[in-house]
Design a binder for this molecule. Structure first.
Ligand code: GLN
Length: 537
């Protein structure tokens, strides 16, 4: 059993400073030094999970092996650390309140008035320590979503204060991430916003142990001294975080600044073993020094907010490095694609990825993109809804099943080649009720996917309600599209391919969630490899 130590990461001044990347980078360095580390995100919104949020609101919804629908920062944690996260790694205010209210209904508070302090804060502290109490981790890093000073994050900040007091400063530290803006007119970096945000933390009873300052310009010695003096930290505890060329540079940058070292010192842990980052740097070098460039199209309906496809674009980066090629992404809005203009909008692409999604908007554009890729031998990768669109396109244009569709888009379609899963039929609640999480899939040996995975049994994560309708399987296979992967337990079709095409793969699951720096996803590697070959023709 380990004596788990806790690191809290709070944010000040503004949102979007990259707390998730700082947390993941610190975790990476600590992991490289031999510590077992995990990261958790506490989100202050009242939704139980981001599963019901529109991607425009919150970016991608990331899914874990155990089927939790979570914040996209968990994707960064997995990509950096190469270890899976779980439901326990993402907690929302909604979930906290739900469990407290459920306890109240069960009468577990013995007639007491239920209050934010202590009941909500107790539940938050319990959730923070769940990972620690597994005994698996030396260090748990907890990222507090939102910005200090928000009404919503007050109970979290108060819980951190209590925990630090209960566990002692040598077991629980607070890193505060702030912005040090540069005023071009004055030609100066400004420390006041940081001072104010630290003051705000102090009003809540927390003195940050370490300041990480996001900045566009080097923070010089005198500014460091000023920040230290006004924010009650030592000069070496002021860590600068300059804008990075890529998020994958941040672990090295944090090492150069000594972030991991001051963290270990404060936690009274040895900092003797140095992080080496050998495989990591090998990846970063390949990523930064590609031998050629290819262009792939990402067809989606949320392309205005690129965070909606975070795991996909990161998986491109991993697979690009493996293939030593730069993957340029052409963002294509599915609503702007028509059968008439699709060929010209996809002109020059070396690969086409049709993205996941829900609902009718933009699907005809996706179908048009599939057709162009299929007919012109452009490597095609369909993910979830993208796979369903590939099946629909094939049914309409090769099997001549006019109007073939998914019952998600057209309940009365004459040819429901994609339909609602049996176990979904009586479900009315929207939250957390899809087919979620990891499922085993058996792969056919003579297939592109087997070439990629080099295994007949895989496990991948799902997030959908609709599925390939097996009543059409025979017809579709006879026409040339093959089901090369099926769910080991249920027989549901999970993968379709067109063997006569250079690389045409549709998967019902989400491979992007499992691509990491150290384990780029085999299908992304295969897709990019095929795109690279296409570019050479
Ligand atoms: N809307 C489709 C379904 O529910 C696909 C979901 C997705 O792409 N994640 O089956």
């Amino acid at each position: 059993m380990k004596n788990t130590k806790y690191v809290f990461v709070t944010g000040g001044v503004t949102s979007s400073l990259g707390k998730g990347i700082i947390a993941a980078s610190l975790a990476k360095l600590l992991q490289e030094r031999g510590y077992s580390v995990t990261i958790q995100k506490l989100d202050p919104y009242i939704n139980i999970d981001p599963g019901t949020l529109n991607p425009y609101e919150h970016g991608e919804c990331y899914v874990t092996d155990d089927g939790a629908e979570t914040d996209l920062d968990l994707g960064h944690y997995e990509r950096f650390l190469n270890i899976p996260t779980s439901q326990a790694n993402n907690v929302t205010t909604g979930r906290i309140y739900q469990s407290v209210i459920n306890k109240e209904r069960r009468g577990e508070f013995l007639g007491k008035t239920v209050q934010v302090i202590p009941h909500i804060t107790d539940e938050i502290k319990h959730r923070i320590q769940i990972l620690g109490k597994t005994g698996k981790y030396d260090i748990v890093i907890t990222e507090i979503g939102g910005t200090v000073g928000d009404i919503e994050s007050l109970p979290y900040v108060e819980s951190v204060r209590q925990l630090q007091w209960e566990l002692g400063q040598e077991n629980a530290i607070v890193i505060h991430l702030t912005l040090v803006p540069y005023l071009a007119a004055a030609g100066e970096l400004k420390t006041k916003p940081t001072q104010h945000s630290v003051k705000m933390l102090m009003q809540s009873g927390i003195n940050p142990n370490i300041l990480v300052c996001r900045t566009e310009h080097e923070i010089n010695d005198s500014i460091r001294r000023k920040l230290a003096l006004f924010c009650n930290v030592k000069k070496q505890d002021v860590i600068q975080s300059l804008d990075a060329e890529t998020i994958y540079d941040v672990p090295n940058m944090m090492f150069d600044e000594g972030l991991d070292k001051v963290v270990l010192e404060k936690l009274e842990l040895s900092s003797e073993k140095q992080p080496k980052l050998i495989d990591w740097n090998d990846f970063v070098n390949k990523h930064k020094n590609p031998k050629s460039t290819i262009e792939v199209g990402l067809i989606g309906k949320y392309v205005e907010l690129r965070d909606s496809y975070k795991s996909i674009t990161e998986a491109f980066i991993h697979a690009g490095a493996t293939n030593e090629v730069k993957v340029k992404v052409r963002w294509i809005h599915s609503e702007e694609l028509t059968p008439e203009n699709a060929a010209s909008k996809l002109e020059g692409l070396n690969g086409v990825l049709v993205a996941p999604g829900f609902g009718e908007r933009g699907i005809e554009g996706k179908i048009a993109a599939v057709q162009v890729a299929r007919e012109n031998n452009i490597p095609f990768f369909g993910i979830c809804l993208g796979m369903q669109m590939a099946v629909i396109e094939y049914s309409r244009n090769i099997l001549n099943l006019a109007g073939a569709n998914s019952t998600e888009m057209s309940e009365k379609t004459a040819h429901p080649v994609i339909n609602l899963m049996e176990e979904q039929k009586n479900i009315t609640d929207k939250g957390g009720t899809m087919r979620l999480g990891a499922w085993d899939c058996t792969i056919e040996k003579d297939s592109k996917v087997f070439d990629a995975y080099k295994s007949e049994l895989i496990s991948e994560r799902h997030r959908h309600r609709y599925e390939f309708n097996n009543e059409y399987l025979k017809q579709i296979e006879a026409a040339g599209m093959k089901a090369t992967g099926v769910n080991t337990k249920t027989g549901l079709v999970e993968i379709v391919e067109i063997p006569s095409h250079p690389w045409f793969v549709g998967v019902q699951y989400h491979p992007e969630y499992k691509s990491t720096v150290l384990n780029p996803h085999p299908l992304f590697v295969g897709f990019i490899k095929a795109a690279l070959q296409h570019s050479k023709k």
